[in-house]
Design a protein around this ligand. Structure first.
Ligand code: NDP
Ligand code: ZN
Length: 171
């Protein structure tokens, strides 16, 4: 990795760590939320071989203007692509992720793949507290519907997703 890329990576991690410092995951241990974007990056780089680390972006709850001024227009555009519209209901947001998946840019599709891999592993290994069997199954089904809409993006990551999907809880 060249020096500008390393600097950008560390700056991104510091930014994300600051933004997510008070957030927790929904598992029983309430793990620090920052683990999740770092896991996404780990999946992209070390499992998917996506080494263009400059473009490895994680979920964030920051305004698009702030991201644009910190990281530029290209990164801000990518973050917008993978960010749900919070003015919609949860059900609508879930449905739109399925509908939009085929039309995302390649980089946004890679982020989606890593995110769904990470979240299915979490639902399997450290699920949100008090999720029923049916809810876990519904989450696996929804994640698969999103990923089925973007196949042909990255063979290895799609194979990893399919392997993880095999852990769908049985009724
Ligand atoms: P949520 O979207 O509320 O929660 C899942 C999200 O939480 C993940 O996508 C992930 O988002 C984040 N997350 C944080 N911690 C964890 C963890 N340990 N494991 C996995 N994900 C974690 O839940 P649903 O996907 O179920 O969607 C809610 C919708 O489902 C609503 O519309 C609701 O009405 C409906 N619903 C369905 C039920 C059912 O049985 N099918 C029951 C109740 C509600 P991120 O990657 O962004 O961090
Ligand atoms: Zn996520």
């Amino acid at each position: 990795m060249d020096k500008p890329a390393l600097k950008q990576l560390i700056r991104t991690l510091a930014f994300a760590a600051r933004k997510h410092r008070d957030q927790r995951r929904k598992d029983v241990e309430a793990s620090p939320y920052i683990n999740h974007p770092i896991t996404l990056a780990d999946i992209l780089v070390n499992e998917g071989g996506v080494t263009d680390i400059h473009d490895t972006i994680e979920d964030t709850d920051t305004t698009v203007d702030e991201i644009e001024s910190e990281f530029g227009l290209v990164v801000a555009g990518l973050v917008m692509e993978v960010t749900d519209d919070n003015s919609l209901s949860k059900l609508e947001r879930k449905e739109l992720q399925i509908q939009h998946a085929p039309y995302l840019s390649k980089k946004a599709r890679l982020v989606k793949l890593a995110d769904k891999i990470a979240n299915l592993r979490d639902v399997y290994q450290s699920p949100p507290i008090d999720w029923s069997l049916q809810r876990k199954q519904a989450y696996f089904d929804w994640a698969k519907a999103v990923i089925d809409g973007l196949r042909g993006t990255h063979d290895d990551l799609e194979a990893i997703f399919d392997a993880v999907y095999k852990n769908r809880p049985k009724g």
